[in-house]
Design a protein around this ligand. Structure first.
Ligand code: SF4
Length: 487
């Protein structure tokens, strides 16, 4: 079965969509309700085992075909032309990278459909550095949350009736810690409430400790076609030092399962700047991910937030943080390694093999609406920015009282949009379109920020190319500081 078959065509009646997906993936264990349902629902000639086996063989064949196809254009179209001399080869490679960066950003900027984000507020345990909303709670809390989330989805049915979505992102927390069957139920709820068109990008975040073949089967059946794995670093001692416990065996097992199930669009999160992390440890992690055929890598520098255990540990002198210079070296190493492996840096923290960039994330970087549901989720809808309460009890209570769990809501004025436009577009590889900016905000940035821009150009931090103001690639890591000068 083709990967495309897993994507939903919204012109089909909803029952047919699920029948298509349901037929493709089934499980053997009898204790899980959705699997039982499926077996009962369908008249099948093959046994369930045979069907799964056949499905896995098809996925494996499809995956191999796609891998071969992916490798071919990389060699021909990107930069492995043997006739080009070594010096020219570097220039040629840089040129091709630039072309891809521009193409990726431009293509995604044209997409005007909405994105749907769902925040799952549960994790196995809290990592010492974590400032996200996540609780370590059991099945009862998960089920209570599910009831509230489904009611919240219903509350937006009317408002979103005429809106068209094309991406779903289930993040957290750790969505993969949710009980089996939840993601499938959630997908049915989403598809029957919101209107989707075209190919849907459906991403789920998973952590290596909570991935099982059974859950991955369920995700496939729900229509998930992109998986983001929280790898961070393959050295378990470095991770344990900041209160995150996962081993290379867990990570290996996750990638083995993902490949076996036929997932191709796989992303990984990597952290740099971890205490006791060396350049070699970063190199090992990136090498490992390239080897595991990951298509997208997001690289984040460890941030020490005040209300975390890590902050306390640093204050007490138990842990020593890395300095800025070490972090910059790590970021440069990652950038160099990924570029050599055919990745394109389309945003400061995001690298992708061309065509595997995250469509959903682009929605945050431009003037497109997105709806966030679940504890602490943020939304930008019809000119308003709003966010849900970060407290699970308050979230459930409000919804049970038929109230939206929103705690902050404000209309975004043009002055704020201007600030966001500068911040977000300068983080993208294409930079800020000066003409578009003038048209949109009635302001010539080259005049209104003439002194700042001249100083930054003199310092080599920014440059202007084809009407775009861009941050020089070697200063991408400190882009936030550069952007502040221009606001
Ligand atoms: S797994 Fe992620 S969300 Fe959960 S506690 Fe750790 S850092 Fe936070």
């Amino acid at each position: 079965m083709e990967e495309k078959d897993l994507e939903l065509n919204n012109t089909q009646p909803i029952d047919e969509k699920f029948a298509d997906i349901g037929e493709s993936v089934q499980e053997t264990e009898s204790k899980v309700t959705w699997k039982d349902e499926l077996v009962e629902q369908e008249e099948i000639e093959e046994t369930v085992d045979q069907k799964i086996e056949r499905r896995l063989e098809e996925l494996e064949r499809k995956r191999k075909e796609e891998l071969e196809q992916n490798q071919k254009p990389k060699k021909r179209a990107l930069w492995s032309n043997k006739k080009i001399k070594k010096f020219d080869k570097i220039r040629y490679r840089e040129q091709k990278c630039k072309e891809w960066e521009v193409r990726i950003v431009q293509q995604n900027m044209r997409d005007d459909k909405l994105g749907l984000y769902i925040h799952i507020p549960f994790c196995d345990r809290k990592c010492d550095y974590c400032d996200f909303v996540s609780y370590s709670m059991g099945l009862d809390a998960q089920k209570e949350f599910k009831e509230a989330l489904f009611k919240e989805i219903d509350m937006y049915r009317k408002q979103c009736a005429k809106m068209v979505f094309n991406s779903i992102y289930i993040g957290g927390g750790t969505p993969s810690v949710m009980y089996e069957g939840f993601i499938y139920e959630l997908s049915r709820k989403i598809y029957s409430t919101f209107h989707f068109e075209g190919d849907i990008e459906f991403t789920i975040e998973v952590n290596p400790n909570s991935v099982t073949s059974s859950k991955l089967m369920e995700y496939l059946r729900a229509g998930v076609n992109r998986v983001s794995v929280g790898v961070q670093c393959i050295d378990s001692k470095i991770l344990a030092n900041v209160g995150r416990f996962q081993t290379i065996d867990n990570i290996d097992n996750t990638f083995n399962l993902l490949h076996k199930m036929g997932f191709i669009n796989i992303s990984a999160d990597v952290m740099i700047g971890l205490p006791r992390q060396s350049l070699d440890a970063v190199r090992d992690t990136i090498e490992y991910l390239i080897e595991r055929n990951v298509k997208h890598i997001s690289v984040y520098t460890l941030q020490v937030e005040e209300n975390t255990q890590l902050y306390k540990n640093i204050k007490m002198g138990i842990i020593k943080p890395l300095g800025d210079n070490a972090c910059i070296k790590m970021y440069e190493l990652v950038n160099k390694m990924l570029k050599q492996a055919g990745f394109v840096r389309y945003e400061v923290s995001n690298f992708a093999i061309p065509t595997y960039e995250s469509r959903h994330n682009f929605k945050y970087w431009k003037d497109v609406d997105y709806l966030g549901l679940g504890v602490s989720a943020h939304s930008f809808l019809e000119g308003y920015r709003f966010n849900n309460t970060p407290r699970l009890d308050e979230y459930i209570e409000k919804i049970n009282n038929n109230e939206l769990p929103v705690i902050d809501k404000e209309f975004i004025r043009d002055s704020e949009r201007r600030t966001e436009y500068i911040m977000l577009s300068l983080r993208l590889a294409t930079g800020l379109n000066l003409k578009k900016f003038r048209k949109r905000f009635n302001e010539d940035l080259l005049k209104s920020r003439a002194n700042q821009i001249q100083t930054l150009i003199k310092g080599g931090y920014v440059y202007i190319e084809d009407g775009f103001l861009k941050i020089a690639p070697q200063h991408f890591y400190v882009s936030n500081r550069i952007i502040l000068e221009l606001l």
